[in-house]
Design a protein around this ligand. Sequence first.
Ligand SMILES: NC(=O)c1ccc[n+]([C@@H]2O[C@H](COP(=O)([O-])OP(=O)(O)OC[C@H]3O[C@@H](n4cnc5c(N)ncnc54)[C@H](OP(=O)(O)O)[C@@H]3O)[C@@H](O)[C@H]2O)c1
Length: 262
Amino acid sequence: MKLKDKVAIVTGAGRGVGKFIAMAFADEGAKVAVAARTEQEIEEVALEITTAGGQATAIRADVSQEADVDRLMEETCRSYGAIDILVNNAAVSGPFRRIEEISPEEWRRTTDINFIGLFLCCRAAIPYLKKKGKGKIINLLSAKSSMPMLSSYYSTKLAVRAITESLAAETKHLNIDVNGFHPGGVHEGMLGSLLENLNTLQEDDPVKEYFDRWLKRVETGTVPPDHAARLAVYLASEESDGVTGNNFSVYDKRFSELFQGV
Ligand SMILES: NC(=O)c1ccc[n+]([C@@H]2O[C@H](COP(=O)([O-])OP(=O)(O)OC[C@H]3O[C@@H](n4cnc5c(N)ncnc54)[C@H](OP(=O)(O)O)[C@@H]3O)[C@@H](O)[C@H]2O)c1
């Protein structure tokens, strides 16, 4: 077991990619705090894990709220005695519209969750990781290239690449490894809602051509969520000790052996 007795927090673990990461961590022996805003979803995931013989606790938390984030750390530590791993997976895709049609409130909301929320989680977790003398922070990224109509989402995800590199440089001497990775196009997650959004485009919309080309790539390029889960296990485990400050992708050839049999 690669994560035996490690304590992990996975934000946004109620569904999609985060759920698969939480379940894979538990399979590898970790005690998992399953966090998100929708209580029913996180409780179901925690129950699925415990029914399978693993250890998990559901903790309702909105990552954009400082008090919720602090409570998430405290409750995890109270339940399991420490924190070893933080996976910053929670995110929203934000409005699917042109920039001039996005309100400042909508733009701030995407930033508050995807970027400020990730900052709050790192900020709150680091003292616990320092106490352990080592730790792992894993940030979920998106593709490097940005799409039209999703400017707020892609802007926050580019910012996550930057914080990953800065934080890694700050925490290297503390044995805290910080890495990001792109999980690939995953149907089980927000890719599904993006595909629904495409149906709202008018036939003569100038971005339609872009998305028609993109859809062709999606048809052949999606990956099962287990790829993200396996890469997250690798980055959370001792196998990756000393690997820090990288922004990886499940499409990186170097990880292909991790995904064999998926
Ligand atoms: N799916 C893909 O194709 C894809 C591609 C590239 C990158 N990613 C990245 O992978 C990660 C997971 O994406 P996904 O596709 O699995 O998304 P998803 O299915 O939409 O799930 C997002 C999760 O985040 C939680 N969440 C959203 N806002 C939150 C908040 N304020 N506080 C706490 N939790 C919050 C959601 O639960 P609540 O709403 O209940 O809070 C949910 O559990 C994201 O970082 C995303 O950017 C996904």
